[in-house]
Every structure is written in C-alpha cells, then in structure tokens.
Design a protein. Structure first.
Length: 469
C-alpha cells in the first residue's frame, strides 16, 4: 500500500489524520478570522433550562412590562450579568440570547401606573381664611363711619382704595416672581414697594378733599392694605387674623352696645398697628433667609397688566357697590372659594392630561372642567344675591368675569384679562354717567360681554395640553 496509511499499520494513522485536519482548520481560521474558526468548532455549551427558568421566575415582575427583548437585556446589564456567567451558568452564547429566552418565557403584564399625587391640591383652611380676611377689614368702616361722615370722604376712600388695589396687584405679582429666588428677594421687593404704594394711595386720596379726618382715614386704609398685602404674599394669614381681632370684637358688639368715639377710633387703630407690626416681623424673618442665585432684574412691564387688572376690577366692584353694597360683601367673601377653585381647575386639568390621548379629547374635557368650576363658584352666589333683595345678574356676571380673569392670570396670560376688564369698566362707567342705561343693566351688559370674551380666551389658550404639562 502506498500513502500515509501504509506507514502506520498499528492504528495510529487516524490520530495523525486528526492532527493534520486540526492544523488545516487552524490555518484556515487564521486566514478567515477568529469568528470563522469558532464557527468551525463544535460548541461545548448547552442551554441550562432549569437555571434560565429560575432566573425568569426571579425577574418576572420586571420582565413582564417589557415591550422588547432589548429592555430585558438592559435589565440584565443593570444586574451585573457578565458574559462568563451567561455562558457558564445559563448556557447562552450572549447577553441578547439570554434576554430573548427570558422575554419568551415571561408573559406580558401591563400594571396600572401608580396614581400620582395632585400637584395642585389646595389648602382648604388657607383658602377659607383668605376669603374671610378679604371681607373682615370692612368692619372698620362700621366702627369709624360716624367719625368721618363728610360727603366727600367716601370719594377719598374710593380713590385711595383703587390706587391701593392696583398697586397691590402689581406688587404682589412682582414679589411672587422674586419668590423663585427665595423669600429674601421677595421681602426686599415688598420692603421697597409696600410703603411707596401706601404713600401714593394716600396722596391720591388727599387730592380729592382737604378734610383732615377723611385724609387720615384714607392714610390708615392705605397703610393697612400695604401691610395686609405683605402678609398675604409671605403666608402670614394667621398673623393678620390675630391683628384684626380687636376690630372684630368691637364690630361684634355694635348691635347691642354703642361704643364711644375713643373706642370707635382706638380699636381699628389697634388692629392697624398690629397688622403693621406683623408685616414688619414677617419681612424681618424673610430677610434673614438666604437667596438662590439668579437674575435679580425684572422688567416693570411684566407686572403692569396685573396692576391694570386690579384697577379695572376695583372699578367694576365699586360700580356694583353703588346700588348693591351687600352684593359686594358676598363677592368679597367668595374670593376664598374662588382661589380654591383655581387650584382645583389646575389639578383636574393635569388629571385630564393623563387620561386623554388626543388634543381633541383633552379640549373637550378641559371645556367640561371649566363649566364645572364656574358652576361650583357661581351657584352658591345665587341664593346669597337673592337674600340681599337685589338683582343677581350683575353679581353673577361680574363674578364670572373676575374668576375667568384670575384663571388666565394664574397661567401667565395677563394682558387679555387686563384689556377686557378695562374696556368693561370704562364702558360701564360711561353708560352710567350718560344715563344711557340704569347702573344694574349697564353692569350686567358690560360684565356679561367681558365674561364671554374671557371664557373664549380660556377655551382657546387653556384648551391645549401645553399650558398644563
């Protein structure tokens, strides 16, 4: 015989052939690359199904919600699964192979997402307290009215009150903007703006008349409104309520006891001093805190529409109070529930954003939320207006206009409410002065048109998901 087989008659020719084949395979592997060499070799592993099943059971809660095997691969990487462990323990050649096996073994599960907390949950007690604090200062007029009963004194208080209202709205907005950098920055704004606002309002009121008692009353009113604005911005509602206690006690006994002039003047003065002291303490505490770094310069134009809205809203309220003073009291007390409903609107809108999948569905649900909040605000005012023996139309329409304006302001849309309310106040005043319409009808017409315009603005601007995201 010829050939290599003839040289190894004792059976070692097979081993020689195997060695030569291995050398040829190794040489081919060097030519083609290591991956081709591995492909020519016979794998030495086999999938350990028991170990894979055990791993699938262990990670089932985290694998079930996955929508692709790549998510399972990322999970395994986060668990520190190395290539050696995957090959030796689970018998798979790669991470993605093991991930695919686990993805196939575990059935898909889609658990309900955890219910997120409402980021706009209102503080019920604080809103109710703020509503009372808006109305309680009116008791001072019951006590001090006989001391400045001159006819022109009312005009002095009206002018000073309008200036204070407008100034307070603009200053409060500016202070809240500063609050993003810390309470210290907000307090610095209030320290400068509140006293200046009191001086401007007092001077404007004093120009109306030269009466000393009326000018003093206007000055006291302006100082109180400045101090109250500081406390409301810095969260000192309880301090303000404590400061008003002497005046509340004096007004409470009026139906049964007639206090003398010293008490009529002294109790409101004591409350005024208490409010100023409380505001000074709140400012001192806030100034002692630290501020976050940031841009301390803010354009005054950003707060201008809030001041104009305050002027317009005050004018509409005063026009209403000429014929329906009790309606103004009802409206003032309702500012607490109005603020509460602003929070509820924002919370319900966030919930609607999570529950809807299309812009049209969100727009429809947003309109329903607006109707719900408006009805919740206006319906309790109806019996209150009827109890005052007055036409409820001006009160309800004015309340609707003010609430929708405040809602737009809460989302940063300040110019539409300011413009609409200014036009409504100017039109109502002009119709009243020209005797074209009775005051009640003029207010109903102007406030109704304003409410419709502002409601349309809310549906257009806030009916989109973007402002609520």
């Amino acid at each position: 015989m010829s050939g290599p087989m003839a040289l190894e008659p004792d059976g070692s020719a097979g081993d020689t052939l195997s060695l030569r084949l291995a050398e040829d395979r190794s040489r081919l592997g060097r030519l083609l690359g290591d991956d081709r060499t591995l492909a020519l070799r016979r794998p030495h592993w086999g999938a350990d199904h028991a170990a894979v099943d055990e791993l699938a059971a262990e990670l089932a809660d985290r694998i079930g919600p996955a929508v692709h095997a790549y998510e399972v691969a990322a999970l395994l990487e986060s668990e520190g699964m190395s290539a050696e462990i995957i090959k030796e323990r689970y018998g798979h050649p790669s991470l993605f192979s093991l991930a695919g096996a686990l993805y196939e073994r575990v059935p898909r599960t889609f658990p309900e997402p955890a219910r997120a907390a409402d980021p706009w949950r209102p503080d019920h007690v604080r809103c109710a307290l703020r509503g009372a604090l808006f109305a309680l200062p009116g008791l001072a007029y019951l006590l001090t009215g006989p001391l400045w009963h001159a006819e022109r004194s009312v005009s002095v208080l009206v002018v000073a009150g309008l200036i204070s209202w407008a100034w307070g709205q603009a200053l409060g907005h500016r202070a809240f903007l500063r609050m993003t950098a810390g309470r210290r920055e907000a307090a610095r704004t209030l320290v400068k703006g509140a006293p200046l606002g009191a001086v401007v309002a007092t001077a404007a009121g004093s120009l109306v008349t030269g009466s000393g008692p009326a000018a003093l009353a206007a000055g006291a009113q302006s100082v109180y409104l400045a101090a109250a604005g500081v406390l409301l911005v810095l969260g000192g509602e309880r301090l303000l309520l404590a400061a008003l206690t002497p005046m509340i006690a004096g007004a409470a006994v009026l139906p049964w006891w007639e206090p003398g002039n010293p008490l009529r003047a002294g109790l409101p003065l004591l409350s005024l001093l208490g409010a100023v002291a409380a505001a000074a303490w709140a400012l001192r505490t806030a100034l002692a805190t630290t501020s976050a770094p940031g841009n301390s310069r803010l354009s005054l134009r950003r707060s201008l529409p809030y001041g104009l809205f305050g002027l317009a809203a005050g004018s509409l309220v005063l026009l209403t109070g000429r014929n329906q003073p009790y309606a103004v009291i009802v409206l003032t007390v309702s500012m607490g529930p109005a603020e509460w409903l602003l929070y509820r609107y924002r919370g319900l809108s966030v919930a609607a954003l999570r529950a809807t999948a299309t812009p049209a569905a969100f727009r429809l649900r947003s309109a329903g939320i607006l109707v719900l909040c408006l009805c919740a605000y206006l319906l309790p005012l109806l019996p209150a207006a009827l109890l005052t023996h007055s036409d409820p139309a001006p009160l309800l329409l004015l309340a609707a206009a003010l609430w929708t304006a405040l809602l737009l302001q809460a989302f940063g849309a300040a110019w539409p409410p300011a413009g609409v309310c200014l036009v409504a106040a100017a039109a109502a005043g002009a119709l009243t002065l020209m005797d074209s319409l009775p005051v009640v009808e003029a207010l109903s017409l102007c406030c109704g048109v304003a409410a419709l315009c502002l409601t349309a603005c809310v549906l257009r601007l806030l009916g989109r998901p973007a402002p609520h995201a």
